[in-house]
Design a protein around this ligand. Structure first.
Ligand SMILES: Cc1cc2nc3c(=O)[nH]c(=O)nc-3n(C[C@H](O)[C@H](O)[C@H](O)COP(=O)(O)O)c2cc1C
Length: 336
C-alpha cells in the first residue's frame, strides 16, 4: 500500500497544475552598480550540520521504498554528491515495516559517501525506536520529522488523530544523537508553531511553505470520493513563513522550502533569514522529464545565476547575503 502510494505521489505531483505563489516575488532587492568584486571570488560555500557544503541548497525529502524510488534516489544522490550539497530522503516509514525497502534508502548514503550530508525522514508520531532505526539505516547526519496534517486529512486512508505530536517530537529530540529538523510538506510553519517547537528543544525548522508542491492537490488526484479543489490555496506562503519563524533566536536554523525553483528564490530566502533553501518538486521534474543530465544542467544554471545575483548585490559570500537591505511589497507586506 505504502509503496504504491509513494509511486502515485511522484506521478500525481507531475500531473498537478495549480500554481500557488510563494510570495518571494514581493521581496525587493536593491541593485549595486559598484560591487567592487571579482566574479571568481564569489563564495557560495557554508557550514551546515557541521560539514562544509558548496551551495546553500538541499535536495529535499521525496521518495524511497521501491525499485522505482531507488532509481530516483540514486540519481538525486549522484547530483547531491557531485555538487556537494545535502540530501534528505522521503519518509522511511516503509523501511521500518519492510526490510526489503531499506536498499532504496541506503543507496543514498552509498552514493554520497561519508563526507556528504544525508538526512533521514519520519512522521510526527513515530517512536523513538523508529527514529533510531531511521537514523541507522542512513548513518544520517540529521533526522527530519514531517508534519503533514493537511495531506493526511485529504487522504481517505490518512490519519485523523494528531494529539501528542509535540510531546512525541520532544522525546525524539531528547533521545536521538543527531539534530532533529521539523518540517512541513508545503503548507508552512507559523511563528506560534515554531515557538512551541523551539521551546521543546528543536533547533532546525524547515518551513516548507505554500507556493510549490501542493499535497492537497496531489491527494485530491488520488481520492475520487470528495473534491478538495476549493482548498488548493490553503497554506502560509514560503516568504511569509520564513519572516515569521525568523523572529525566533539566531540559534534556530531555518531551511526555506516550498516552491523554491530559481536562484532568485534561493537568494531571497537567505536574505529573509534562512540558512539554506530546499528544492523538491522542481528538481524532480527536471530529472523525470529529461534525465540526470537535464537535472544537472538545471543545477549548473541555478548555481551560476546564484553567483550573478550575489555579484549584483555586491555580496561575496553567504554571510554577507544575510545583510542585504531588502524591502517588502504587496501582499507579503500586508500579511507580515
Ligand atoms: C513526490 C514528492 C514526495 C514527497 N514525499 C515527502 C516525504 O516522504 N516526506 C516529507 O517530509 N516530505 C515529502 N515531500 C515534501 C517535500 O519535501 C517538500 O516539503 C515540499 O514538496 C515542498 O517543496 P517543493 O515545492 O520544492 O516541492 C514530497 C514532495 C514530493 C514532490
Amino acid at each position: 500500500m505504502r509503496k504504491a502510494r509513494k509511486k502515485e505521489h511522484v506521478e500525481n505531483y507531475l500531473r498537478t497544475s495549480f500554481k500557488g505563489d510563494n510570495l518571494l516575488g514581493d521581496v525587493y532587492l536593491p541593485h549595486n552598480a559598484l560591487p567592487e568584486l571579482n566574479f571568481e571570488d564569489i563564495d557560495t560555500s557554508l557550514i551546515f550540520l557541521n560539514k562544509k557544503i558548496n551551495f546553500p541548497i538541499l535536495i529535499n525529502a521525496m521518495t524511497g521504498g521501491s525499485d522505482f524510488s531507488e532509481e530516483i534516489n540514486r540519481d538525486l544522490s549522484t547530483i547531491a554528491r557531485d555538487f556537494n550539497i545535502p540530501m534528505a530522503v522521503g519518509s522511511e516509514t516503509i523501511a521500518l515495516e519492510d526490510d526489503e525497502a531499506e536498499k532504496s534508502f541506503k543507496v543514498v548514503r552509498e552514493t554520497i559517501g561519508d563526507e556528504g550530508i544525508v538526512i533521514g525522514n519520519i512522521g510526527g508520531l513515530s517512536t523513538v525506536e523508529d527514529a533510531r532505526i531511521a537514523i541507522d539505516i542512513l548513518r544520517a547526519d540529521a533526522l527530519q520529522i514531517h508534519l503533514n496534517v493537511a495531506q493526511e486529512l485529504v487522504m481517505d486512508e490518512g490519519d485523523r488523530d494528531f494529539k501528542g505530536v509535540l510531546q512525541n517530537i520532544e522525546s525524539i529530540v531528547k533521545n536521538v544523537n543527531v539534530p532533529v529538523i521539523v518540517k512541513e510538506v508545503g503548507f508552512g510553519i507559523s511563528y506560534d508553531v515554531a515557538k512551541r517547537l523551539y521551546d521543546i528543544g528543536v533547533r532546525y525548522i524547515d518551513i516548507s511553505g505554500f507556493g510549490g508542491t501542493n499535497f492537497i492537490e496531489i491527494e485530491n488526484l488520488r481520492n475520487p470520493s470528495m473534491d478538495f479543489t476549493d482548498l488548493y490555496s490553503w497554506g502560509i506562503p514560503t516568504a511569509a513563513s520564513i519572516i515569521q519563524v525568523r523572529k525566533l533566536p539566531d540559534d534556530l536554523r531555518i531551511i526555506a522550502s516550498g516552491g523554491i525553483r530559481t536562484s532568485m528564490d534561493i537568494v531571497k530566502s537567505i536574505v529573509l533569514g534562512a540558512d539554506i533553501a530546499g528544492i523538491s518538486g522542481e528538481i524532480l521534474s527536471y530529472l523525470v522529464h529529461g534525465g540526470i543530465l537535464n537535472a544537472k544542467e538545471y543545477m549548473d544554471n541555478t548555481i551560476y545565476k546564484l553567483k550573478v545575483i550575489m555579484m549584483l548585490l555586491g555580496k561575496k559570500n553567504i554571510n554577507e547575503l544575510r545583510e542585504v537591505d531588502y524591502k517588502l511589497t504587496g501582499k507579503l507586506r500586508e500579511i507580515v
